[in-house]
Design a protein around this ligand. Structure first.
Ligand code: GAL
Length: 686
């Protein structure tokens, strides 16, 4: 196979709809349940026991072969498929479907001996060694050739295998590392830049290379933005981040296209880490997968980790354009890679899984089926722990499998949201670079804060790219929209003019797509929509609290605001902007835009968001019970209301006439959701 690494890193597919999922897994109509399965770590007699236990737990899908390259191709060009033939046959005979992986996240030892320059190099210049996983230069031609070769062999052999219902390319692209500063990446970066800019003049202008004397006269003088004496050109950093996401995507696309030649009837995917992989632009990637699949692990020590889980699930649904998606991995209990790996408490497995399901997942899978006895993950939980079938975890796994069986009717139903939060990874990349006006600025922090306020109010949220059509939403929030390019500016302005409600938080509209400050400064492309300008940022001292005449208080940040049509909804009563506007509202066309110039938190932020929801006409559930998560999935003729009780107290709610699916009982009016428990009510649509 000939490779052209000088070609653009990825072929754009402009005709494809960024919010589409082309297919679901063929076969069964129920919710998919299962996990990663690594039988190669066990003797064959254990496989037979595993399969019997999978049947007991209601498992209908397992991901196989993710780390098997060394077994399948023991020497370059020599293949041995005995183990896969055997296990796929056994699984199929048992009626368990297979999500077959390409094993390209871990090249075998022979690969490193033959192609040592495929090792990635870190920004600091360290060449990473072998003996781990996920550590290869995405731009290495030898890696691309070897990866597509093993993929070709697998797809030829198993493309029509009756067990296989889905292809799983690689594993978690971008983790544990993404960017590579080695020779192959430098060469591919230059080619990517040539495609983006065409001429060096255009590149020099976009990168602002007149600053600090960086003008380039030859493409070959351009390097990856490795560590230097001090801050490196920030547009170069941003472009390198864009390039890295594209280079990894090109690896996925290359393998996917090989599979599609042999198995055009089957969906192909790769597992995302949607809110947790800062190096991948998943909006772009979502166009290239047939079904969105995601891995999610709780931040074990955070008491609000169920809110972050909900946010992650909402982003996946949004990446899937509202279509059903797969939870490809999560954990039954503790992971092994966080500082303190807090075990899940009884019932937490069901609550976590049900939140994903409630927010649109139609497949609930875990890492992994049987706990490893050796290797780096021997202390990670599994569906079948070391303690075996007498364990609490196994009991909960079996119980949850049975519960999913009772929820089959949920398959294919959809979540509807009237509120969207902008999610833009390019803003994330650029926002969090060095030498920003304050270390208190943190792209993700504001998004989590606004999402949490909405979660606390019981409002379901979609995420959207700032270029997306937003007309279906009553309210759009931009908690951290650092980059505002011309398209975003026009999109948001027209959204508000035609009646939309919009909220921007501070440090939004600060730069254009080249990380350059627009004429007139902040809020750049948001100036018309917000009806104000910000002549000076006024970051606060570490412990400083500023007060507002609304009774709220803020930390971290404030702005000197000049009103240009907007009105002040709240003014500062202390701090460097005392007397000036703190929160503003601008009427534009038929819509309204708010600006929040300080870090509101907790009850203050919730109260602000609540006020905006009221003005936008978005219903906030009146009788909301604290800690009770309520999400509705809409089917063709039924609605499924999911109740997940995260609190220690029983929650009494009122429901429409219907059936509680887990208990199978008719309900009409009062329903108690036990402390830590889950209920799902099916009622007629309407
Ligand atoms: C995921 C990875 C799995 C496993 C898991 C442990 O990121 O895809 O292979 O390592 O983490 O939590």
């Amino acid at each position: 196979m000939s490779l052209d690494l000088d070609a653009p890193a990825v072929t754009p597919t402009p005709e494809s709809d960024p919010r589409r999922t082309t297919s679901w897994l063929p076969g069964r109509a129920d919710i998919r349940y299962g996990g990663d399965y690594n039988p190669e770590q066990w003797p064959r007699e254990v496989w037979l026991e595993d399969i019997a236990l999978m049947k007991q737990a209601g498992i209908n899908l397992v991901s196989v072969g993710i780390f098997s390259w060394a077994l399948l191709e023991p020497r370059e060009g020599e293949y041995d498929f005995t183990f896969l033939d055997d296990i796929l046959g056994l699984l199929h005979d048992a009626g368990i479907d297979v999500d077959l992986a390409t094993p390209t996240t871990v090249p075998p030892a022979w690969f490193w001996s033959a192609y040592p320059d495929s090792h990635p190099v870190t920004r600091e210049g360290l060449t990473l060694g072998r003996g781990s996983r996920g550590m290869v230069s995405p731009s290495s031609p030898d890696y691309r050739r070897a990866a597509t070769a093993i993929t070709e062999k697998l797809a030829e052999r198993y493309g029509r295998h009756p067990a296989v219902v889905l292809w799983h390319v690689h594993n978690e692209y971008g983790a544990p590392i993404s960017d590579d500063y080695g020779v192959h990446s430098v060469r591919a970066f230059r080619a990517w830049l040539q495609t983006r800019y065409g001429t060096l003049d255009a590149l020099n202008a976009a990168w602002g290379t007149l600053f600090w004397g960086q003008t380039y006269g030859e493409w070959t003088d351009i390097d990856a933005p490795r560590v230097s004496a001090t801050v490196v050109n920030q547009t170069q950093r941003l472009d390198f981040a864009r390039f890295t996401s594209d280079a990894l995507l090109a690896c996925y696309v290359a393998e996917r296209d090989v599979i599609k030649r042999h198995a055009p009837h089957l969906p192909v995917t790769t597992n995302f880490m949607s809110t947790n992989c800062p190096s991948i632009d998943y909006w772009k990637w979502a166009r290239e997968v047939d079904v969105v699949a995601n891995d999610h692990y709780l931040a074990a020590e955070r008491h609000d980790n169920h809110v972050l889980l909900a946010m992650d699930a909402d982003l996946n649904r949004s990446l899937a354009g509202g279509a059903p998606w797969m939870l490809m991995e999560h954990s039954t209990s503790a992971v092994n890679w966080q500082p303190r790996n807090i075990a899940k408490r009884p019932g937490e497995l069901a609550r976590n899984s049900t939140t994903h399901l409630a927010r649109g997942a139609d497949a609930i899978l875990f890492f992994q089926f049987r706990a490893s006895r050796y290797g780096a993950e021997k202390f990670h939980s599994a569906m079948l722990p070391h303690a075996g079938t007498s364990s609490r975890i196994w009991r909960e796994v079996v119980e949850y499998g049975a519960e999913l069986g009772r929820l089959a009717a949920v398959r294919g139903s959809r979540v509807e949201a009237r509120v969207a939060i902008l999610w833009d990874v390019e803003s994330f990349w650029a926002h969090d670079l060095e030498w920003r006006p304050s270390v208190e600025l943190d792209h993700r922090e504001r998004i989590v804060a606004f999402y949490t306020a909405l979660w606390n109010l019981g409002v379901t949220v979609d995420f959207r790219h700032p270029h997306d059509d937003l007309s279906g939403y009553d309210l759009v929030l931009a908690p951290s929209q650092y980059i505002v390019d011309a398209e975003t500016s026009a999109n948001l302005t027209s959204f508000v003019r035609s009646g939309g409600r919009f909220v921007a938080s501070y440090f939004s509209g600060v730069v254009d797509e080249n990380d350059a400050v627009p004429a007139g400064g902040a809020p750049g492309g948001l100036r018309e929509v917000l009806g104000l300008s910000v002549p000076e940022f006024l970051p606060l001292y570490a412990e400083q609290i500023v007060t507002l005449d609304s009774g709220a208080s803020g930390t971290g940040w404030s702005d000197d605001i000049v009103l240009e049509g907007a009105e002040a909804v709240a003014r500062y009563t202390s701090g460097p902007a005392v007397g000036g506007p703190a929160v503003t509202r601008n009427r534009l066309g038929d819509g309204t835009a708010w600006y929040v110039s300080t870090r509101l938190d907790g009850a203050d932020l919730t109260a602000f968001v609540r006020g905006v929801l009221d003005e936008a006409g978005v219903d906030v559930p009146a009788d909301r019970v604290e800690g009770l998560e309520v999400v509705v999935r809409h089917g063709d003729d039924a609605e499924f209301t999911f109740f997940v009780n995260h609190s220690d107290a029983d929650a009494d709610v009122r429901v429409d006439a219907g059936v509680e699916l887990l208990g199978g009982e008719a309900v009409d009016g009062p329903l108690t959701v036990p402390a830590g428990g889950v209920r799902v009510v099916r009622s007629p649509r309407g």
